[in-house]
Design a protein around this ligand. Structure first.
Ligand code: GLV
Length: 328
């Protein structure tokens, strides 16, 4: 690889040593040391004159970012599989390579979706609150009744790597029938799991559990709105471990409050972090985690290694390991 010791790089947050060390040992890197992201002004100041930037999903990489960085910017390496924070079209137009970190977080994210599904269906967090508040007086034949998983129908929106992994868990573990909605047919899901590709309305109407695994883009933003929730079963559980803006949060709140659907499990919200006065936080039938689906040792180490490799490859003009805007 080319000698990169003079290459200026900004890393917008500390990432696991598995990747950070590679970056700091190979180039002239500055690493933002604080637990909270740099504010916009600081970020723009830090990236000025950089050849590479290692970003997080909380950093907006738009035309302004690229203008301020300057024409020598060669690579933006995102420490995430999703890259909705990056204007990829603009980066491509300017010849800036964009990298992401798919694969290594697939199982961890599917595990999280499943955990949220079960927690919401079986009311686990609400039950724990009940215990801690000292309300547990006796075994209740009519108390804390949730939804069954066995033999239920799972609707996957976005049958990519993570959607498939979630479907495998639910089919293998509980014999669920799998429906999916995606612009592409998944030959693997159909052959291996007997999954059926359906339109969005059919998926909403027939699924007991709806789990979202699609990317966020202008066509998917807000797809889970009042009209969509109204088409779901009143016993249905909605799970979002992808991106918050895929659902309309006020509409989700009203659907949960009014019993239009049974419960929800969210690893993502809109905005993030969720505002403390968001009414969703008052509902017992909504389980919320702070965007932690990839937070396991091997996933985060794997993400760090890929992000570092992408950055270094981009700096030296080599193909990125995971290259979002790879030329055709
Ligand atoms: C996390 O949300 C990611 O996209 O990796």
């Amino acid at each position: 690889m080319t000698d990169l010791h003079d290459a200026r790089v900004f890393v917008t947050r500390r990432i696991p040593e598995a990747g950070l060390r590679k970056v700091t040992e190979s180039c002239a890197a500055e690493v933002w040391p604080e637990p909270l992201p740099p504010g916009r002004e600081i970020l723009l100041d830090k990236i000025r004159g950089c050849q590479g930037v290692l970003t997080l999903l909380t950093d907006r990489v738009d035309a302004e970012f690229m203008d301020v960085a300057g024409p020598q910017l060669r690579v933006v390496s995102n420490f995430a599989v999703g890259y909705n924070n990056i204007d990829v079209v603009e980066a491509t137009r300017r010849g800036i390579r964009v990298g992401n970190t798919p694969g290594v977080l697939t199982d961890a994210t599917a595990d999280m979706a499943l955990a949220l599904l079960i927690a919401a269906a079986r009311r686990i967090v609400e039950a724990q609150d009940f215990v801690r508040a000292g309300h547990w007086k006796t075994w209740e034949p009519l108390g804390h009744i949730g939804q069954d998983l066995t033999g239920a129908t799972l609707g996957i929106v976005g049958m990519g790597r993570i959607g498939l992994s979630m479907a495998r868990r639910c089919q293998g573990g509980w014999g669920m029938r799998i429906l999916y909605h995606d612009q592409y047919a998944s030959e693997t899901a159909e052959r291996e799991l007997g999954a059926r590709q359906v339109d969005f309305d059919t998926l909403l109407a027939e699924s007991d559990f709806v789990s979202v695994h699609t990317d966020l883009n202008p066509t998917t933003q807000g797809m889970f709105n009042r009209a969509a929730f109204a088409k779901m079963k009143p016993t249905a559980v909605f799970v979002n471990s992808a991106r918050g803006p895929l659902h309309v949060q006020r509409d989700l709140y009203e659907a949960l409050r009014d019993g239009v659907i049974f419960a929800a499990g969210l690893d993502v919200t809109d905005p993030e972090p969720i505002l403390l006065d968001d009414p969703l936080l008052t509902l017992p039938n909504c389980v919320i985690a702070p965007h932690i689906a990839s937070a396991t040792v091997s996933s985060r180490n794997g993400m760090a290694e890929i992000a570092a490799d992408n950055l270094l490859a981009g700096l030296s003009g080599q193909p990125l390991r995971c290259w979002v805007n790879r030329p055709e």
